[in-house]
Design a protein around this ligand. Structure first.
Ligand code: HEC
Length: 137
């Protein structure tokens, strides 16, 4: 009998199974769902922000490229005294070469109460204006 008792004692004890704590389980599941949805909605916001930043960068690059063109074409000309300030960078609207020349000459001013001086052939030849147009548009 003694040997049998020893044998029984040597057997590893069965681990006690803890009963499921349903409150804790519910808490963990709840927290998991909340995190899942929070992260999901943050992802959408981040994506939106990135696309806004992308557009802004495109816009800044575009403005910068326009400004470079204006610097090249208008530096040292009378046009540059006005059109090299940031809000005056050309082109404002899409003009054909003929429309551009007519605008500068003053015969096709769609701007009402135009603040811009008119320029005749003596100040800027058609050739000068064509070169400017090619540089700007
Ligand atoms: C004294 C300042 C001044 C000077 C110098 C000047 N401009 Fe202007 N320009 C303006 C202003 C202000 C406008 C905005 C519309 C207006 O008032 O006619 C304008 C508008 C324009 C437009 C029309 C833009 C658009 O698409 O709406 C063109 C093209 C233009 N200028 C070209 C020239 C060229 C080329 C020269 C040089 C030959 C020149 N400008 C010189 C002030 C000036």
């Amino acid at each position: 009998m003694a040997t049998l008792n020893n044998f029984q004692q040597a057997k590893p004890e069965k681990p006690k199974e803890e009963p499921l704590n349903y409150k804790q389980v519910a808490l963990v599941l709840g927290a998991t769902f909340i995190l899942y949805f929070l992260i999901g909605s943050m992802k959408d916001n981040i994506r939106e922000d990135i696309s806004k930043i992308d557009k802004r960068i495109d816009y800044v690059l575009f403005q910068n490229a326009s400004y470079e063109k204006n610097m090249k074409a208008l530096s040292g000309t009378e046009c540059g005294t006005c059109h090299l300030s940031p809000s005056m960078v050309l082109p404002k609207t899409t003009l054909s070469m003929t429309q551009f020349v007519a605008y500068v000459r003053g015969s096709n001013r769609f701007a009402q109460n135009s603040q811009m001086p008119k320029y005749d052939e003596k100040k800027f030849s058609d050739g000068d204006l064509e070169r400017l147009w090619k540089g700007l548009y």
